[in-house]
Ligand binder design. Sequence first.
Ligand code: 13P
Length: 248
Amino acid sequence: MTRRKYVVGNWKMNGLSAAIGEAQAIFAAADDHAVVDVAICPPFTLIGAMVAAAPGKAVGGQDCHSATSGAFTGSVAAAMLADSGASVVIVGHSERREGFAESDADVRAKAEAGLAAGLSVILCVGEPREVRESGGAIDYVLAQIAGSVPEGFDPHRLAIAYEPIWAIGTGLVPTVADVAAMHGAIRGALTARFGGAAEDMRILYGGSVNGENAVELLGAGDVDGALVGGASLTAAKFVPIVEAAATL
Ligand code: 13P
């Protein structure tokens, strides 16, 4: 089967109400490129307003708690994201794994919670710079996959995002050959575990994707789209990435 291209904006901790107009502009432009699935993951505070302003579009959270409810001050449950109109959740972003000490087991539990709440999940993996430089990147990422990807899900509802930590927000990107090698290794690990269902799972690249490098990076083998940070905050920067994906 052919996997549809998927371009996702991760707004991180950026965006006040005034930014909703950018999301509307992004989704409107994306309508011209129906071969590409587009989602935006704003801060929790904007999800409801974004869903209201862009009905039927894919809006997501950037994290969820693994529990369904309870005494977890400051956290948001997956069912709460769904209740606010979200259809997607990112789990295991390196900024959560590093900054909030999330383990593979934590990420797996969050992914399971997202799937149980009816969301589709984007599960992030990626190596730090010293691991890339020591030649251990593929082993490192495959261990994250083994530890954090759950069992028994609809493959269409779980995407992997490979985001080398050293490429996030730095303007540095891996070579196309390195991206293709990593994505091929991830596909191989998913196939070993899930058989033919792995063919339906999308593997996104993330880390300093922009309108200039998108065709090259998204055209690499086994790359099914992009998870975009800084360049997803405005339509002017994000739409060219969607357009690039539409050409592939
Ligand atoms: P940048 O696109 O800003 O490098 O961020 C990538 C990222 O972390 C997306 O989740």
